[in-house]
Design a protein around this ligand. Structure first.
Ligand SMILES: *[C@@H]1O[C@H](CO)[C@@H](O)[C@H](O)[C@H]1NC(C)=O
Ligand SMILES: *[C@@H]1O[C@H](CO)[C@@H](O)[C@H](O)[C@H]1NC(C)=O
Ligand SMILES: *[C@@H]1O[C@H](CO)[C@@H](O)[C@H](O)[C@H]1NC(C)=O
Ligand SMILES: *[C@@H]1O[C@H](CO)[C@@H](O)[C@H](O)[C@H]1NC(C)=O
Ligand SMILES: *[C@@H]1O[C@H](CO)[C@@H](O)[C@H](O)[C@H]1NC(C)=O
Ligand SMILES: *[C@@H]1O[C@H](CO)[C@@H](O)[C@H](O)[C@H]1NC(C)=O
Ligand SMILES: *[C@@H]1O[C@H](CO)[C@@H](O)[C@H](O)[C@H]1NC(C)=O
Length: 427
């Protein structure tokens, strides 16, 4: 497990500290497009996106004022204590248990996200569980998604503890977790599928840290598509695995690769695989006849390796967030972000027609500002001979808890919205 988890995910985490503003301009453009359906659903009497967008911008009223772009803001220093500790929450796995394994600084626990236009409410476990009574929620993707699930387990743990029923659903209980909160009849699960699409080892020497993988980019992985239909809330995300050496197949034919080192195969780069994987995943959700859930798409979570790549001594030793002046969303992180967002916008258009709700959790830039939030070399048990630093996952407690504050905020908005009956109602 350790190898699979750590090795594969520690891929090329390059990033830049340049302060160019040009690429940054690309982003606000899409903001309008994405926020549109969010506004639409609060506007009960409108039926088409085109009409609503006009109405929303021209007639603000108390209901509309209440919504706020929670993703635009800054990290603000606070003296508040974290929601839980390594002593009060037993769900923290060693890889992310930074305090247990000796991380000396604590400043990274004292920053809260402050949206420009409003306050992001504190996570309220009772409120969360009441909202999700009788519901099923699943994280689909890789171990950073699981990182968020484990944060959620901790955030809920002072109100309710679940029963682990993973074995009833999968023989691979390391990768396919399922918990039931009996007091609330709430199911929390994760479905492991870091590529969303069918994959297989292509390396004659078998699977290892950086071995080559075949990706059938137009075939959704049944590991999640066969399970996801019954869930009410699906949180989908993926990232670092796409930087590996990959062979891309479409309609069963090799069409290109990423870093495969084969002269006769076109290098389509990681972005090709990333785009196609999201396209296929979103399409699979839209095509599943029985699927009635709300889909949350959590955007790319940047790594923060400095002084070297993940496998060349790279590390993340900072103890404070970056300011927006110090760190801009650009270069390779922006490329990843834009690629997936483009696919999301298209998928959301199709989903809306089908009556499905697709929402975006826009956390890329927010987390880009948190180089101090990763385990680095404090995230694993000391008796293991691990020489790689983890600048991909997030310490628990840590800034990843903020993702669940966003999640609760969005779910709460969703439940309050009295939107058009054209969209499926989950609450
Ligand atoms: C995502 O959030 C950032 C701020 O962190 C903002 O600049 C950007 O416009 C947002 N993008 C979308 C599509 O909402
Ligand atoms: C605000 O909008 C809601 C629904 O769109 C409507 O029922 C309400 O009357 C509006 N309030 C005001 C003050 O315009
Ligand atoms: C929590 O972390 C501290 C180090 O700060 C350690 O001494 C303690 O044993 C840890 N507790 C648990 C339950 O892991
Ligand atoms: C948390 O939510 C519950 C139920 O909605 C509410 O009764 C309680 O006052 C909230 N707690 C805080 C601290 O806001
Ligand atoms: C629990 O929730 C499920 C839906 O997730 C529902 O089918 C079932 O009837 C509920 N059970 C109880 C005891 O309320
Ligand atoms: C590429 O060349 C290798 C030998 O170097 C060969 O085994 C492989 O079949 C070739 N692949 C394609 C797609 O032509
Ligand atoms: C730990 O790693 C070092 C450097 O790679 C190696 O020399 C040593 O033998 C390893 N120790 C164990 C117990 O595996």
């Amino acid at each position: 497990m350790t190898m699979k988890l750590r090795g594969n995910e520690f891929l090329n985490g390059k990033y830049t500290t340049r302060t160019t503003a040009k690429s940054f301009l690309l982003v606000p453009f899409t903001l309008l497009l994405i926020m549109l359906p969010l506004s639409l659903m609060r506007n009960s009497h409108e039926s088409t996106p085109e009409v609503s967008s006009v109405t929303v911008s021209s007639s603000l009223n108390s209901t509309e004022i209440k919504q706020c772009d929670i993703f635009s803001g800054r990290w603000m220093h606070t003296n508040g204590a974290p929601y839980y500790t390594n002593e009060t929450c037993h769900w923290i796995i060693d890889q992310q248990n930074c305090i247990k394994f000796g991380r000396p600084d604590r400043e990274y626990l004292h920053w809260r996200w402050k949206p420009d236009e409003c306050e992001l409410p504190l996570f309220n476990a009772t409120q969360f569980l009441n909202l999700l009574r009788g519901k099923k929620m699943v994280f689909v993707g890789d171990s950073v998604g699981r990182n968020q699930m484990q944060s959620l387990l901790c955030l809920l743990s002072h109100v309710s503890e679940p029963e682990d029923v993973s074995h009833r659903y999968s023989s691979d209980v390391m990768y396919f977790k399922r918990y039931i909160y009996h007091d609330y009849n709430f199911t929390l699960a994760n479905l492991w599928s870091p590529y969303f699409v069918r994959s297989s080892d292509a390396d004659p020497k078998g699977h290892s840290f950086n071995s080559i993988i075949r990706l059938y980019v137009d075939e959704a992985d049944e590991a999640w598509t066969s399970q996801v239909e019954n869930f009410d809330i699906v949180i989908i995300s993926s990232g670092q695995w796409f930087f590996r050496p990959l062979l891309f197949y479409e309609e069963g034919q090799l069409v290109g690769c990423n870093k495969c080192g084969m002269e006769n195969v076109t290098d389509l780069t990681h972005l090709f695989g990333y785009r196609k994987a999201f396209r296929t995943a979103f399409r699979a959700l839209n095509d599943l006849e029985g699927y009635r859930g709300v889909t949350f798409f959590r955007t790319f979570s940047p790594a923060h390796f400095e002084d070297g790549d993940w496998n060349k001594g790279g590390k993340c030793v900072r103890t404070r967030p970056f300011t927006k002046q110090e760190m801009k969303l650009d270069g390779f992180v922006l490329d990843m972000y834009m690629t997936q967002v483009e696919e999301f916008i298209e998928a959301q258009r199709v989903a809306t027609k089908r009556g499905l709700q697709f929402l975006m959790m826009n956390t890329t830039e927010i987390m880009l500002l948190r180089p101090d939030g990763h385990p680095n070399n404090y995230g694993h048990s000391k008796d293991k001979n691990v020489t790689l630093n983890d600048c991909v996952h997030w310490c628990l407690p840590g800034p990843v808890d903020t993702w669940n504050e966003f999640l609760l905020y969005m779910l709460d908005m969703e439940s309050e919205a009295y939107y058009s009956s054209k969209l499926e109602r989950v609450f």
